[in-house]
Write a protein that binds this ligand. Structure first.
Ligand code: ACM
Ligand code: ZN
Length: 522
């Protein structure tokens, strides 16, 4: 009896008599419905067609074919002629918007631009993971809320190879993230080749050893280092661009400068005695804000950086800059007097403003951590709010563009459970998936100030993340929650998110990505 009913159900659903289970996508699309008509059977040899002469969409289609081979064992073909799986542009849609329909006429992904088509195909990957190759008839209309959906990877505390960085970018793409914030310089290592200043990588890319555990008194005794050549940087930037991800480089100033000072001691107030740091924390060795040579150095470094990175925004750090050396330095004190500054906070703001003027004169915009508000921020600088959302709220209320990345919700180096004894060492705190999901980037802002919120960002600092397997474990699945906050902040329900995540986790598995199991344990 039971068997008969099951057979009948199978026959009816194959005939399209039942609307299929609704699509379970992350991030949540604006609209996703199954309409019960005949769907589409994907099989080896099915053609993906792209408009003639659209090289970008041709490459996107080829990427999609590769994903399908890995994730579903399907061998699709890419052609400019008509195929049942069509990619197209529809200028009536927003730049990142897409419409995905499956019906008797086949499958159509229309995007406002190629980026929209790309996002439609990310959804399609998830649909194939959910339904297999027999896709039901459905319609998805979708568009992100925020233009900036970012993720930061710290490659200074630990170094990740170009291949690992590319896999990281692949993971971002799957989540429709469109900014990769690449943290390239810090106290424990300078990681980007600068041709004009070769000591930055000859000296600054290497530390003598690394502290063990949570800044214990013991060290591993092993030299550690690595950097990206400019050729490799170009390769990564191009790879990201093919996935519609802009790489935002971060060159830290005026703090977190030990590796630069170890390379060129004249960049610091004392002029000598610096080393690439071997433990974690905030260090008093910072760039001298009094000497003009510091600014000449910065501008020459940034000159090479902007040639490598087409990003409109260049991140200049600005966080955690102790001011003791400036208090003792005659050059810094002279600068304070001559510029009529009130104190060292205003000297930091002088530093950032001066760099911003240079960036603006070269067609770029400055973004920095929320400390750039201290001592006064220019009206045009963008603020990345990490010490909670207060800095972001203050900045948005005065009209500055803001990216919300508060420790309370976006720091994926924190533990993801309070069962700390059974977890690998992490920074501290406890940031479970459910808490990440609660972030409201608009909280505390009226509708005018809300318009200043560019978006949200997840941050992966790597003091306690020694390798890429660990990086993935910390990133996934929490990145998915940040992605949904950035894509669909007003349409959220955690239980429903978890239900949809059950499908995305299968796709993580098919891609070979490591993820933390905690949210799926029950
Ligand atoms: C930061 O976490 N220091 C921006
Ligand atoms: Zn100084």
């Amino acid at each position: 009896m039971k068997k008969t009913i099951l057979l009948l159900l199978a026959a009816l659903s194959a005939a399209g008599a039942f609307a299929a289970v609704p699509p379970a996508l992350v991030p949540q699309p604006r609209l996703a419905v199954c309409d019960g008509d005949e769907g589409l059977q994907l099989a080896d040899g099915v053609r993906i067609s792209v408009p003639a002469n659209n090289v970008v969409l041709f490459r996107v289609a080829e990427q999609f074919a590769q994903w399908m081979e890995r994730e579903a064992g399907l061998r699709l073909a890419v052609a400019e002629s008509d195929g049942p799986l069509r990619l197209t542009l529809d200028e009536s849609l927003g730049a990142e918007a897409y419409r995905l329909t499956v019906g008797p006429d086949g499958l159509l992904v229309a995007g406002g631009t190629e980026a929209g088509v790309f996002y439609g195909l990310q959804s399609l990957r998830q649909l194939v993971s959910q339904y297999g190759t027999a896709l039901p008839a459905l319609r998805i209309e979708d568009e992100p809320t925020f233009a900036y959906r970012g993720t930061m990877l710290d490659c200074c505390r630990h170094f990740f190879t170009v291949d690992e960085v590319k896999t990281f970018i692949d993971i971002l793409a799957l989540h429709k993230i469109n900014r990769f914030h690449w943290h390239l310089t810090d106290d424990q290592g300078w990681r980007i080749e600068i041709l004009r200043y070769p000591e930055l990588t000859r000296v600054g890319a290497h530390r003598a050893e690394t502290v063990l555990g949570n800044n214990s008194a013991a060290y591993d005794g092993k030299p550690y280092g690595g950097y990206y050549t400019q050729r490799q940087v170009r390769d990564v930037v191009a790879y990201a661009a093919e996935r519609f991800i802009t790489v935002v480089p971060e060159i830290e100033m005026p703090g977190h400068a030990s590796a630069a000072l170890a390379s060129y001691p004249w960049l610091g107030c004392a002029g000598e005695g610096y080393k690439v740091q071997t433990l974690w924390g905030v260090f008093p060795e910072v760039f001298c804000a009094g000497r003009d040579t510091t600014f000449e150095f910065m501008e020459e470094v940034l000159d090479e950086v902007i040639a490598l990175f087409p990003s409109e925004y260049i991140h200049v750090g600005g966080d955690e800059c102790p001011k003791e050396s400036w208090k003792r330095c005659p050059e810094c004190q002279r600068r304070i007097r001559e510029e009529g500054l009130r104190d060292e906070n205003e000297l930091q703001s002088y530093f950032i403003h001066r760099i911003e003027r240079w960036l603006n004169a070269h067609g770029r915009r400055l973004i920095g951590w929320d400390e750039i508000l201290d001592g006064g921020v220019s009206p045009t600088a963008a603020v990345m709010s990490w010490r909670g959302t207060e800095g972001g709220i203050r900045a948005a209320r005065q009209g500055n563009p803001v990216v919300m990345a508060p420790t309370t919700h976006c720091y994926l180096d924190y533990y993801q459970t309070d069962d700390v004894a059974n977890e690998p060492l992490a920074w501290g705190g406890c940031l479970p998936l459910s808490k990440v999901y609660e972030l409201d980037p608009y909280e505390g802002l009226d509708s005018l100030a809300q318009r200043c919120v560019l978006g949200v960002q997840a941050n992966l600092w790597t003091e306690y993340i020694p390798d890429f397997a660990q990086a993935q474990y910390m990133l996934l699945p929490r990145l998915a929650a940040v992605a949904e906050v950035g894509w669909a902040p007003r349409r959220r329900n955690y239980d429903d998110f978890l239900r949809r995540m059950e499908h995305l986790r299968l796709l993580y598995g098919a891609c070979g990505y490591r993820y933390a199991p905690h949210p799926f344990a029950h």
